[in-house]
Design a protein around this ligand. Sequence first.
Ligand code: CAP
Ligand code: MG
Length: 419
Amino acid sequence: MKEKDFLDFGYKPKKNDLICLFRIEPAKGVSFDKATANVALESSVGTWTEIKEKDYVREIAAKVFWKKGNYVKIAYPARLFEKGNVPNILSSIAGNIFGMKAVANLRLEDIHFPDSILKSFKGPEFGVEGIRKFMKVYNRPLVGTIVKPKLGLNSSDHAKSAYESWMGGCDFVKDDENLSSQDFNRFDIRLAKTLKMLRKAEKETGERKAYLVNVTAETNEMLRRARLVKKLGGRYIMIDILTEGFGALQTLRDANLGLAIHGHRAMHAALTRNPKHGMSMMVIADFARLIGIDSLHIGTGIGKLEGKIKDIKEIEEEIEDKRVKETMKRLSQNWGKIKPTIAVSSGGLHPGHVPFLIKNLGKNLVIQAGGGVHGHPWGSRAGAMAMRQAVDASMKKIPLKEYAKTHPELKAALDYWKK
Ligand code: CAP
Ligand code: MG
């Protein structure tokens, strides 16, 4: 097939096509159409030179069918991919193409999955409703913290820190992304001690609590750790979805352990941060939902990390809604029977940020603060109390400053982290 055979601007995508939205900047001296055709051929049936393909191969070639400015849509017949195999899909639509000389920059913005591919994945086991049900929290965002310092605490102090946070009002306590089973804090010991504290906190507060223990490890060890969580009565695990890899994530989900899975996105910015190249967080979120992550970090729009609130809101819709509308940088999607994933905002947050988050992202949200809980001048318990107070005030639409008059922990937090 020739390059131009991959361009078909009259083509109407079929129900069974997977569609990708790319932003393309051709290399110097290369026309836009040539660069685009090269992306379509390399990501489907073509190569750098013409091959005399048989007709049945030509039939499943990708087609560039739409362009506007730097944006193009490419349709891929679903038969190009093995069902239920995320690494395989990515090796096509997000594989060699990023390094092609024909493009100066190439960014995969979003993917629309046809039904046949959706059906080959499990999606989240719990979803937003399931998580709310087992946490027994229905009408407010969930509040989480990350044990800090992120590395270095021994398992006893880790468990104590978790206990303090739960007692102050956190629903979730999670490990940090780079805590696994270092010699100062072995996984099995930490898990046992922290779950013991969880039960104590549940008894004393009358609230449901969850410990999101980080099972990120080599694949067999990852599964062993997840099974141990199940055996010891845990309900939730967390995993670094990108450093672990999508294949391993599928293995974990397919093990059907009945544990909710929290997805941390460490390393995402290596792929997502350059707005002209790589892939968007939307794409990573798509695969996380498809495979079965129950709660996923999507950004904050405020605080220490990069990311615009408008883009974060669009990602939240992508993972939480059943039907998603097309926008400038997003394709439409009907998620069918795939359950939603609850959005998590984390990174540089403290109680003063809560009204902004709820106003922009609504209540189907996990608001997580590590430094913003443990850095409270009166300690972790007061920090957790201040977070819950900020959530309560925001849900009642009471300005934080007003609420702080009768809630000293919140007042101390607001004074400490003045904007
Ligand atoms: C938050 C956090 C998360 C970041 C990652 C941290 O801690 O645990 O790893 O949220 O960013 O270590 O930074 P702080 P994202 O509350 O102390 O900042 O959620 O955007 O992937
Ligand atoms: Mg972290």
